[in-house]
Design a binder for this molecule. Structure first.
Ligand SMILES: [Fe+2]
Length: 258
């Protein structure tokens, strides 16, 4: 199965095996490909593998892309070093650190929502609709954290979990009452998350990483503005109904409508 370098595209035939290939296999490949192509261990940055063309005697005319020349670049070499991502490309340390920070933000918000769930679920508070709403919100933020973890791994970064702070456990407010106070707190937190996401997006753009910018925009920014609108409406409605009986009706709606 010798490859004819001018007829068959050697690049497309070989590219799937460039990567974590056992050395034994590479030496047998060297034998098979000796007349056209060679897989070799490079001598540049650490342990890297390069794909090289050799013994190509007939120059091609009209060729504008020479994959086996261009693939020799250090930046495209595949690392052998343990604990180093093979997939990482065009992903800056700054972006990696910010994604880890965002994971921490999502966990912190999730923790606050979980505390709000525990508060409204108490027997002497008993606003079950609020408890349900904040429980679901807490789970959603944790899902966001996990989504950012998967993204970090997709880009070849490493997930580092930072400490999360202990949230408040009492949410009573003399003038506003607990329901309105909690919902205003939720609105402020969602706006804070949006601010962090917008920062992530601008850092991605500044680092010339369109994939990351698009990912933040498509997977998070749209949902975030919708969440802000929904909670803003809840705040408005809670301001209308005042404390006491009105809050009971609002709570029943949260319990049964969503
Ligand atoms: Fe979130």
């Amino acid at each position: 199965m010798a490859l004819a370098s001018s007829k068959i595209s050697p690049f497309s035939s070989l590219s799937p095996i460039v990567g974590d290939v056992p050395k034994k296999f590479i030496s047998s490949m060297n034998f098979v490909l000796s007349s056209s192509l060679t897989l070799s261990e490079g001598s540049g940055r650490g342990n890297l593998m390069r794909v090289c063309a050799s013994n190509v005697s007939t120059p091609l005319t009209g060729v504008i892309f020479e994959p086996f020349e261009e693939v020799k670049k250090d930046v495209l070499a595949v690392p052998f070093t343990p604990n180093v991502s093979l997939a990482r490309q065009n992903y800056t340390d700054e972006s990696e650190a910010l994604i880890n920070e965002q994971i921490n933000v999502e966990y912190n918000i999730s923790y606050v929502y979980h505390s709000l769930f525990a508060y409204f679920d108490r027997d002497n508070i008993a606003l079950k609709g609020h408890a349900k709403f904040f429980k679901e919100s807490s789970e959603e933020e944790r899902e966001h954290a996990e989504k950012f973890m998967k993204y970090q791994n997709t880009r070849g970064g490493r997930v580092i979990l930072h400490p999360i702070t202990s949230p408040a456990s009492e949410f009573e407010h003399v003038e506003k009452g607990d329901a309105l106070y909690a919902m205003e707190l939720a609105l402020s937190m969602e706006k804070l998350v949006n601010e962090k996401l917008l920062n992530l997006h601008s850092v991605a753009e500044r680092n010339n990483d369109p994939q990351m910018a698009d990912y933040i925009a498509n997977e998070f920014l749209q949902d975030q503005v919708e969440a802000i609108k929904k909670i803003a409406e809840y705040v408005t409605q809670l301001r209308m109904v005042g404390k006491g009986h009105g809050v009971w009706h609002f709570d029943q709606r949260l319990l049964h409508d969503h």
